[in-house]
Ligand binder design. Sequence first.
Ligand SMILES: [Zn+2]
Length: 72
Amino acid sequence: MGIFSKEKTAEQVFVKGIKLKCPICKNETFYHREAQLNTKAFSMMNIDWANKSANCYVCTNCSNIQWFLEKV
Ligand SMILES: [Zn+2]
C-alpha cells in the first residue's frame, strides 16, 4: 500500500447520506485514504482527471477498496 499515507483511523462513511458498506463482507468501517491519480498508467491513457486525487475507503475487515473521485 505504498501510495497511501500511514494514518489509520477506522470510520463509518456516508455517501449521499447512505452508510457505506463493504460489498464483499458487509463491514461498515473503513480507513480513509487519498490517492494521487497521476500515475504513469493514467497519464498514458490521457484521462483528464488523471492528476486529481481520489478518496479511497479501505474495508477494515477484508481490505477491499472503494474509490470516489469526489469528496463524499
Ligand atoms: Zn470488507
